[in-house]
Design a protein around this ligand. Structure first.
Ligand SMILES: Cc1cc2nc3c(=O)[nH]c(=O)nc-3n(C[C@H](O)[C@H](O)[C@H](O)COP(=O)(O)OP(=O)(O)OC[C@H]3O[C@@H](n4cnc5c(N)ncnc54)[C@H](O)[C@@H]3O)c2cc1C
Length: 456
């Protein structure tokens, strides 16, 4: 194959968005992905006549405002919003032992809930939200600022602070215990101020829109083809070698494979402390009856079993004192594959533990934790375990195997390359390790890196 302008490593959501943006302005772009399906960590798979999402809970940034990040992003990709068929959440909940905060896509619901559960905190909450709205979060020059410290400055009580950290950390912190405030602002805004939604038919339809647009623009998508190495000539990028040993020349390589993972393709080495340590398990329970029949009517539940929230690598395989539940059927308008209702459950997991187990022990450990999760569901929603018709689980090991993301660290390296530039001329990073996370975040990342560095 001939030389192209840009090679993108990874047809994850950031790589696809970057590819569309570049190709619509005439750049010759080739995307490689080691997987047969595009979508990376948020892809889908087929089994029989059913299509399963790998992990989709919700898309963020639902807001219909013309100036909202999702609207701007879709305009930049020349995709109409109705092509995505996004359906908003019904309502969701942050649930600690004896207090809960309800939210939906109207921020006043959340504020009202704070005011009822923490009346003494409302002024501090308003101050904190004002600080979030003012933050210059997308400025790549800003370094790490502790969210816990900002919460203290705003005068939030410890208990409310923990409840405000829990959902945001679960949906995007690559740091244990605390989180960069600028990143917190991006995620808080995208979840609570702009709202949650899902594509009505899951990720296949969204990814289909993206891959079609890329191909229509003349982009080349090479699925099932891994990049084995990035090649240099006179110190700058000259191309990549694919898994069959073929060389593909280009002027620029844009990688969404992760920063340490990209360094590995370049030098065969990376610093261990660049690899994210936080992992998750993701379980799927299929039901014979909808979850709301058992009292589970929320779209998403962020649960924590004590008044303080601990976010870190568990000592054992999985930590079930906190978890996230997603009920796709509680997004009115969602069409679940085969019409089968389901529940998803996400919990913090230790990559080291799961990667260290031998084949049989690995299977046993999965069975044990699925049983523990089912017991938890039964204790909260009596009768639900009888309705479970099948279950399956992904661990950090699964995620590493399928996406190449070291440790299966969903939120990537704690070292973020905020401007997307590396030390190597012609090598750029986008997606998770550029710093924007999640489905919408990673797509924005692809666009921002292209706009900033490749739209000359
Ligand atoms: C189980 C799970 C559930 C999630 N749920 C949600 C959710 O509900 N909402 C949300 O907003 N976000 C969710 N996320 C997070 C979201 O999926 C990610 O933030 C986002 O998809 C990251 O996209 P990316 O482009 O940065 O990277 P990735 O998706 O990791 O894409 C990288 C791509 O590069 C490919 N690749 C790697 N190495 C090579 C190589 N050498 N050659 C060729 N290709 C290579 C990989 O196969 C992969 O396709 C979830 C993630 C997981 C794992």
């Amino acid at each position: 194959m001939g030389k192209v302008d840009v090679i993108i490593i990874g047809a994850g959501l950031s790589g696809l968005a970057a590819g569309i943006r570049l190709s619509q302005f005439g750049s010759r772009v080739r995307i490689f992905d080691k997987q047969r399906y595009a979508g990376g960590m948020n892809s889908y798979y087929r089994r029989g006549d059913r299509v399963y999402d790998v992990g989709l809970h919700a898309m963020t940034n639902y807001s219909l405002e013309r100036s909202s990040p999702l609207s701007v992003m879709l305009r930049q990709l020349r995709i109409r919003r109705d092509e995505l068929e996004l359906v908003p959440q019904r309502h969701s909940r942050v649930l600690f032992v004896d207090v809960d905060l309800e939210f939906d896509n109207d921020f006043e619901t959340f504020r009202g809930s704070v005011s009822r559960s923490f009346p003494g905190d409302l002024a501090a909450f308003d101050r904190f939200v004002a600080r979030i709205r003012e933050d210059d979060s997308f400025n790549p020059a800003l370094g790490f600022e502790s969210t816990r410290a900002v919460m203290r400055d705003a005068g939030l009580s410890v208990e409310l602070s923990e409840m405000l950290l829990c959902p945001v950390m679960y949906y995007g912190s690559s740091w244990p215990d605390d989180m960069d405030f600028h990143q917190y602002c991006v995620l808080f805004t995208s979840m609570f101020l702009e709202g949650l939604c899902r594509p009505a038919d899951g990720m296949e339809s969204l990814i289909g829109v993206l891959t079609r647009r890329f191909s229509e623009n003349g982009g080349e998508l090479s699925l099932g083809s891994a990049v084995r190495s990035i090649e240099l000539s006179d110190g700058r990028v000259s191309g990549v070698v694919d898994s069959s040993g073929g060389f593909h020349g280009c002027d620029v390589v844009l990688s969404c494979a992760g920063y340490p993972e990209t360094l590995d393709l370049l030098h065969r080495q990376y610093a261990r402390d660049m690899v994210g340590e936080l992992g998750f398990t993701e379980s799927l329970f299929e039901l014979s009856r909808p979850a709301c029949d058992f009292g589970l009517a929320d779209s998403i539940v962020f649960y924590n079993g004590s008044s303080s929230f601990s976010y870190g690598v568990p000592a054992e395989g999985v930590e079930l004192s906190s978890y996230v539940l997603c009920v796709p059927g509680n997004f009115p308008g969602v069409r679940e594959s085969g019409g089968v209702p389901s529940i998803r459950m996400t919990a913090l997991a230790s990559p080291e533990y799961w990667k260290g187990l031998s084949g049989e022990d690995y299977k046993k450990a999965k069975t044990t934790f699925l049983r523990d999760e089912l017991n938890i569901l039964e204790s909260k929603y009596p009768g639900i375990s009888q309705a479970v018709v099948s279950s399956e689980a992904f661990t950090p090991r699964t995620i590493e195997r399928y996406t190449g993301r070291l440790n299966g660290a969903v939120y990537g390296s704690p070292v973020k390359m905020k401007d997307g530039v590396t030390d190597i001329p012609g090598l750029l990073i986008c997606g998770t390790d550029q710093g924007f996370l999640g489905i919408v975040g990673s797509m924005l990342s692809g666009i921002v890196v292209v706009n900033r560095h490749l739209m000359t």
